[in-house]
Design a protein around this ligand. Structure first.
Ligand SMILES: NC(=O)c1ccc[n+]([C@@H]2O[C@H](COP(=O)([O-])OP(=O)(O)OC[C@H]3O[C@@H](n4cnc5c(N)ncnc54)[C@H](O)[C@@H]3O)[C@@H](O)[C@H]2O)c1
Length: 361
């Protein structure tokens, strides 16, 4: 539902904060106590979950690439892989496991739902992928069905970890996960536009010949065709984007911005038409989101989560920058948007709400 209200309200998830995650009766072995090594130094202890354990449900291109990048990250010492095709999960566990001697010790195995009750993060990559010419939204019915079979397995086991939804259409499936899991809001995260934002930073870094980590810009809204490049707040290490562009000899601001936003929006289609799937970029995005949670980094990421009146939008999940840490989403960050961006964001929300309505969600 889109409310006619044009200001951004900061909504913390404190009202939804999940105390049960810290006091759960779901006793598990092999818990890790304070593991935090962030410069900020706050303890990342979470009783009820093993902070060194991650689970991936769905071991296709995206699930296995994510498993591979997480194995190399050193963040976890245990990784459970689940797939409807058990042999696929076993094969991926073996193949990725054979790389462990070149990384850090960890246990990787094909498991069952009983193995993931204590996982700190449960990554949902199960679902059909986009076929050439198919939009992410075309996948909706197929993948909601898959989620309807998976989520009861998690809630019936009182899983205390954070759900990270990656399968597409990610915003619709994050909403589905939120509704069907019974998990508190802070513990249901969609990868949202974290990948699109990385693509935007990459394209801008190429255009301006500057380190992509010095680019501060977000793609917000739907992870898909109605996504918005939030140009009005974009900057290069604090220098307004237009000024930096001129420093680098680019003056056709509107034309360049439109071209770059289109490239970002169409990246997935282009990659899929060339190699049938996208998985390395998203695998790095998954790794980054996991790192932020496990290290309690309180980084600002454009993840997909439930809107609660921000910019007049509610009861829809889409991407807005939010502070993410050990308890998942801490608070959304209301970046400044101009009127057009707000209108586009509301339109993106309406598109998603319409699909949810069609799916009776
Ligand atoms: N969020 C993003 O930015 C992003 C980026 C790329 C891909 N994706 C999405 O990720 C999803 C996976 O893509 P892919 O290329 O890995 O697809 P894929 O077809 O290679 O893999 C899907 C896997 O899910 C498994 N699966 C299906 N139903 C299952 C169930 N009920 N339980 C357990 N496993 C089940 C299949 O056996 C298969 O191994 C797609 O929806 C795709 O669109 C998202």
């Amino acid at each position: 539902m889109i409310k006619k209200k044009h200001h951004a309200t900061i909504v913390t998830t404190s009202q939804a904060s999940d105390d049960s995650r810290h006091t759960s009766a779901a006793t598990v072995s092999n818990r890790v106590g304070s593991t935090d090594t962030t410069p900020g130094g706050s303890s990342a202890t979470c009783a009820g979950v093993n902070l060194r354990k991650v689970a991936i449900i769905g071991c296709g291109f995206v699930g296995s690439a994510s498993a591979f990048s997480l194995m190399q990250s050193g963040l976890f010492s245990e990784m459970v892989l689940i797939d409807a095709d058990r042999a696929k999960a076993e094969g991926e566990a073996m193949d990725i496991g054979h790389g462990i001697p070149f990384a850090r010790p960890m246990k990787i195995y094909a498991g069952s739902y009983d193995d993931l009750t204590d996982a700190a993060i449960i990554i949902l990559t199960a679902g059909a992928g986009q076929k050439p010419g198919e939009t992410r939204l075309d996948l909706v019915h197929k993948n909601i069905g898959i989620f309807q079979s998976i989520l009861p397995e998690l809630s019936s086991r009182n899983c205390q970890g954070i759900l990270l939804v990656v399968a597409n259409p990610v915003d619709i499936l994050t909403y589905t996960a939120q509704k069907l899991s019974g998990f508190p809001r802070n513990r249901v995260i969609g990868s949202g536009t974290v990948l699109d934002t990385a693509r935007l930073k990459y394209q801008l870094s190429q255009h301006l010949s500057v380190d992509s980590r010095s680019v501060h810009a977000f793609i917000i809204g739907e992870h898909g065709d109605s996504e918005i490049a939030a140009w009005s707040s974009a900057n290069i290490s604090g220098i307004p984007l237009h000024k930096f562009c001129e420093m680098r000899g680019h003056y056709a601001h509107e034309e360049n911005a439109e071209e770059i936003a289109e490239q970002v929006k169409n990246s997935a289609y282009e990659i899929i038409s060339k190699k049938h799937a996208t998985y390395y970029g998203i695998a790095m995005a998954v790794r980054r989101i996991c790192e932020v949670i496990i290290r309690d980094e309180k980084s600002i990421l454009p993840i997909s989560s439930m809107m609660q009146g921000e910019y007049g939008i509610e009861d829809v999940t889409l991407s807005m920058p939010a502070i993410v840490g050990k308890n998942g989403i801490e608070t959304k960050v209301p970046i400044s948007l101009n009127e057009q961006e707000i209108a586009d964001l509301q339109k993106s929300a309406s598109t998603l709400r319409q699909i949810l309505d069609e799916c009776k969600m």
